[in-house]
Design a protein around this ligand. Structure first.
Ligand code: 0O2
Length: 252
């Protein structure tokens, strides 16, 4: 199961799967809107929808560039790249509708803009935990970035074992219509956290398991999360030790 994040900007899906949305809408609200009625509405509203998705893509690009710039600057200053990879994704129309519906929000473009903060997602993968906090600090220091919410699932992992630092932010984009402040979710993780989350995400969608098997799997995943956290701590210690030794040599 693909979680939608892609390393290539060109492959980000920005077109609207009108028919899929119509089917979702009809499944969720069979008595409110017929398939053809919705297709008509969607046709007349296609342009604003396209524009909205383009806005989120621009927001993701702005943030991706900010992290690429930070990576470049640190590579010059410290001769090391803190970032292993950056991936971006725009939430699919189906996921957007499902989330609006599950949270009881109205189904409209205004509602998407106001209530969903993760339509644009940027995932930054680092080697070391300290680099995550350093990058988050340098990113949030930038005076055009507004921090909306910080969720530190590294200091406080989720019950599933999930670890990452999430920053919900607003970033300005400058369009032909003027400046727009866009919400985006930045997820910062180590390679170990990313590996765990990707595998767990795939296993979560395996539906043919008994309740007992599911419980056993959850337990295993929690143990694996603990092993991955331990690996991060030990790799950080190795890195710190090597860095201190190199600095000490430089002073002698
Ligand atoms: P996708 O496909 O990644 O977009 P909220 O957004 O606050 O209303 P929630 O779930 O409370 O909803 O937000 P939270 O906990 O910050 O999680 C948001 C995202 O973090 C998720 O997005 C996942 O990408 C990731 N995530 C959170 N918990 C887990 C977990 O236990 N396992 C894995 N693999 N990923 C997790 P979405 O919207 O679920 O999906």
């Amino acid at each position: 199961m693909d979680d939608g994040f892609s390393e290539s900007r060109d492959s980000i899906e920005t077109s609207i799967a009108t028919r899929t949305i119509a089917q979702e809408m009809q499944a969720m609200f069979p008595s409110r809107v017929s398939f053809d009625e919705f297709l008509n509405i969607a046709d007349t509203q296609l342009e604003p929808v396209r524009k909205m998705f383009a806005d989120y893509q621009c927001a993701a690009m702005e943030i991706e560039t900010k992290f690429r710039v930070l990576n470049e600057r640190f590579s010059v200053k410290y001769d090391a790249n803190p970032i292993e990879s950056i991936k971006t994704r725009i939430k699919s129309p189906e996921s957007i509708l499902r989330k609006l519906n599950s949270k009881g929000y109205p189904i409209s473009l205004t509602s998407m803009r106001e209530n969903l903060y993760d339509i644009a997602g940027i995932r930054v993968v680092c080697s070391f935990v300290k680099d995550i906090y350093m990058l988050a600090e340098k990113f949030l220091e930038q005076d055009d970035i507004v921090l909306v919410e910080r969720k530190d699932y590294i200091k406080k992992p989720k019950a599933s074992g999930y670890r990452s630092l999430h920053l919900i932010v607003q970033v300005p984009i400058f369009t032909e219509e003027g400046k727009k402040m866009m919400y985006a979710e930045v997820q910062l993780r180590t390679i170990a956290m990313d590996f765990w989350a990707s595998v767990e995400h795939k296993l979560r969608y395996k539906k043919n398991l008994t309740l007992e098997q599911q419980k056993e799997l959850e337990g295993d995943l929690i143990s694996c999360a603990a092993i991955s956290a331990d690996l991060d701590t030990r790799m950080q210690n190795v890195y710190d030790y090597l860095k201190e030794s190199t600095e000490a040599e430089g002073k002698n």
